[in-house]
Design a protein around this ligand. Structure first.
Ligand SMILES: *[C@@H]1O[C@H](CO)[C@@H](O)[C@H](O)[C@H]1NC(C)=O
Ligand SMILES: *[C@@H]1O[C@H](CO)[C@@H](O)[C@H](O)[C@H]1NC(C)=O
Ligand SMILES: *[C@@H]1O[C@H](CO)[C@@H](O)[C@H](O)[C@H]1NC(C)=O
Ligand SMILES: *[C@@H]1O[C@H](CO)[C@@H](O)[C@H](O)[C@H]1NC(C)=O
Ligand SMILES: *[C@@H]1O[C@H](CO)[C@@H](O)[C@H](O)[C@H]1NC(C)=O
Length: 317
């Protein structure tokens, strides 16, 4: 026996008598219990999305303590075991997990937003990483790292933002299907953003509170900055050679084969760090290694928080 759900109700093949009967019964049965809205408060920063799924773009966001009115309920990405999402007065969707706990059943008190509200409308474009890239929960260096992606990783991009941190000279970040953001500068080519949605306004998010599904590698365990950094370093890092020549070797070791020589005062872009027997080295965007002491700056210092190359693992073959 098939269940009589909302699908069955729409089927044109139903007997003519049955349809009017349901239309009569449904509103009168629901009317006494529904309310136009339930007021609530955001427990912490939460994205209000154009559709009820993690990958949907944002229409706006609420920060901790903001009040909102939930006007109807729908189903979307399962968050902490629950697929219930709520449409707010702003006409966008929040997961109930991020707002004040409601002592009741939203689905009994509010109207259902309708079948159409459950859809996931995404734009997509393929990309491949040229450099080791941190995929972050929000598009800023201070945001938690969700995944360390090695060079040659294929990513599916879903939306773009220019509200993130500028890296070298590029302010664009892109959200991947793994629900984290990569800086455009790490990609081989700039995606054509005319075919991608804008991600909308993005709040500061933390993995602790906004757990992501489908991460591709271990979550970063580094501590957050104790206080905001005013002059933030830019990833990739741009440093300057402080010796007559900086030799770039095929491995982080003075006996490694020399692959490149960077002259005095030239700018070099760095991807990540390696420590070898007490000496710090950096992998450059030429995929060879320079001793950090050959630069004016100290790429291993706290100021940069440059990641270890080991975090990224081997590139896909
Ligand atoms: C809902 O509104 C009432 C009255 O303004 C207020 O006392 C209550 O704290 C609000 N509830 C939430 C969850 O914000
Ligand atoms: C919620 O609805 C009430 C009643 O219409 C209104 O006074 C209040 O401003 C609304 N809250 C928000 C956050 O829109
Ligand atoms: C790299 O850094 C130098 C000095 O630190 C700066 O003058 C230069 O503009 C930077 N280059 C880029 C491409 O950001
Ligand atoms: C996570 O992965 C599962 C299985 O591959 C997929 O069905 C689901 O849509 C993914 N969720 C997100 C948010 O990408
Ligand atoms: C590590 O460095 C120390 C002193 O700099 C040196 O004596 C030792 O041989 C080095 N070990 C290796 C494995 O290179």
């Amino acid at each position: 026996m098939p269940k009589m759900g909302s699908h069955a109700r729409c089927r044109p093949s139903l007997p003519g008598l049955f349809l009017p009967l349901l239309l009569l019964l449904t509103p009168s049965a629901a009317a006494p219990t529904t309310k136009p809205y339930i007021n609530s408060t955001a427990d912490y920063s939460t994205e209000c999305k154009t559709c009820p799924h993690s990958l949907c773009t944002n229409k706006q966001y609420y920060i901790s303590g903001d009040s909102l009115n939930a006007t109807c309920w729908t189903r979307g990405t399962k968050i902490a075991g629950d697929t219930l999402w709520l449409r707010t007065e702003a006409g966008c969707y929040v997961t109930q997990y991020d707002i004040a706990e409601y002592d009741g059943d939203y689905t009994a008190v509010l109207e259902y937003c309708g079948k159409d509200s459950e859809g996931e409308d995404l734009t997509e474009e393929d990309g491949t990483l040229q450099y080791k890239t941190e995929c972050r929960i929000c598009p800023d260096l201070q945001c938690d790292v969700v995944a360390y992606l090695p060079e040659e990783t294929d990513v599916t991009l879903t939306c773009w933002t220019d509200e993130g941190q500028t890296v070298i000279d590029d302010p664009i970040w892109l959200k991947t299907r793994n629900n984290c953001y990569v800086a455009e500068i790490g990609l081989y080519s700039k995606p054509d953003t005319t075919y991608l949605d804008n991600c909308g306004p993005i709040p500061f998010l933390e993995i602790e509170l906004h757990n992501n599904e489908n991460v591709t590698s271990e979550v970063d365990k580094r501590n957050a900055f104790p206080e905001p950094v005013i002059h933030s370093p830019h990833y990739l890092i741009n440093v300057t050679v402080g010796e007559d020549f900086a030799y770039c070797r095929d491995r982080p070791d003075v006996s490694g084969k020399i692959e490149k020589r960077y002259p005095f005062n030239s700018e070099v872009w760095l991807q990540c760090l390696v420590e070898n027997n007490g000496t710090w080295w950096s992998e450059t965007t030429d995929f060879c290694y320079v001793k950090n002491s050959d630069f004016w700056e100290s790429p291993e210092g706290d100021y940069y928080r440059n990641p270890l190359c080991a975090y990224f693992g081997e590139p896909p073959s």
